[in-house]
Design a protein around this ligand. Sequence first.
Ligand SMILES: [Zn+2]
Length: 198
Amino acid sequence: MLRLLVISVLWADSPDNVWPISDVVARFQTVAAWYAEASYGRLTLVPTVAPFVRATTTSANANADTLLHISSDLGGPLKASGFDTTKFDRIIYIVPRIASVGPKGFTFGSSMVLNCGGSDYVTFGAIHELGHSLGLAHAQSLRVGGRNGKVMTSALIPPTRRTRCPMRKSGLISARMTNRNSDGSRRQSGTARARPTN
Ligand SMILES: [Zn+2]
């Protein structure tokens, strides 16, 4: 079971309720269903969708650095609203889009930022960034013995060329297998490195 906290963020100058929280709830039901199916029932995502939390940074001042440090900006208000981020395995911050920051998603350690709040991309972005946080890589093309083919990501074979995402179901299953140590325990996935979408 993976406990996921989903936080809708407002910038200091954002209007209230820039997207319906009920829409976020519905999208993360889809995300959880996707992972349940793609993992053949082995990964149960349990999303908790928080109400809006307002950052101290204005939209004009927000930049990539703001997104990387969003948890410290929101620390006080989050605590005040009763959410203990240490009780969750993963945290996704959905922010009103900062146009000066190109990528729509980042993953760093157990935290993710979706820089596309209110758009249809939230569902895909959440599946994608959660994949990164679980240690998966993008679906890749590989050349083996003169033949080209699409393969799942693998820790064993270095990729020759990266395609644009999406991570496939097969990629998930393969990566789950290759992310196991020989004793069956999970390998630690990389931390502290932000990975932009695509
Ligand atoms: Zn990606």
